[in-house]
Write a protein that binds this ligand. Structure first.
Ligand code: ADP
Ligand code: ZN
Length: 220
């Protein structure tokens, strides 16, 4: 099973993907996480992508595609994957089809999350993420604070604010998203695999609710 997470930064893609990973037993792969790890470890890939990420700009297609192609061919993803943060451009979506086709696979579901922009900015600037890569829990200092300041409720590791979660960078990331997202959403709609949902406190619908709906659809 191949699931793709679509939606602007801060809509709750990571949260939905994390729940699906647990409930469906298939791994979540986040291109953003792969890049952040590479930057931290100062690998050649890390050096190549750091400048783009700090500014909130998209990493060039050829770089991202190579990373994903390598990752998809690893044995732990044989039964499926939840891709979070890829594809981000139509070019990437087309390449992904080809990579999957080589292994007789295809995208089974593209989950598109929609959140009002002011809510996104509020959410991202208050976001804190768990530094434990096996946990990756996400908190919000106003909406969903951890019990103890700076400590993850789930695993006790330190929480941090992502370096690119600043007001200025968020604006660039949203701009990059809105410029490239529509053709991708259209692409999966035409393939009849698109599942769109609003995620907003205004309608009292959270990422957790979307994840529950998706699990029900898949298990049917
Ligand atoms: P968010 O969706 O919250 O912005 P991500 O962790 O998905 O965060 O991505 C962080 C950054 O990593 C992006 O701003 C971009 O620079 C880079 N990146 C991640 N995935 C891709 C991709 N598929 N194509 C191009 N750049 C990417
Ligand atoms: Zn944690």
């Amino acid at each position: 099973m191949v699931i793709i997470m679509l939606g602007a930064p801060g809509t709750g893609k990571g949260t939905v993907a994390g729940i699906l990973q647990e409930k469906l037993g298939i791994k979540q792969v986040s291109t953003g996480d792969i890049f952040r790890k590479a930057i931290k470890e100062k690998t050649p890939l890390g050096n190549e992508v750091a400048g783009y990420m700090e500014k909130g700009l998209l990493v060039p297609d050829e770089v991202v595609i190579k990373v994903v192609d390598e990752r998809l061919n690893q044995p732990d993803l044989e039964n499926g994957v939840i891709l979070d943060g890829f594809p981000r451009t139509k070019e990437q979506a087309i390449k992904l089809e080809k990579m999957l086709a080589k292994n007789n696979k295809k995208v089974d579901m593209a989950i598109n999350l929609i959140t009002p922009e002011e809510e996104i900015i509020e959410r991202i600037s208050n976001r804190r993420v768990c530094t434990n890569q096996e946990c990756k829990a996400v908190f919000n200092v106003t909406m969903n604070p951890p019990k103890q300041d700076g400590i993850c409720d789930k695993c006790g590791s330190a929480l941090i604010q992502r370096k690119d979660d600043t007001k200025e960078t968020i604006k660039n990331r949203l701009k990059a998203y809105y410029e490239t997202s529509e053709p991708i959403v259209e692409f999966y709609k035409e393939k009849n695999v698109l599942y769109s949902s609003e995620v907003s406190t205004k309608i009292n619908k959270l990422a957790e609710d979307v994840a529950k709906e998706v699990v029900e659809i898949i298990k049917k």
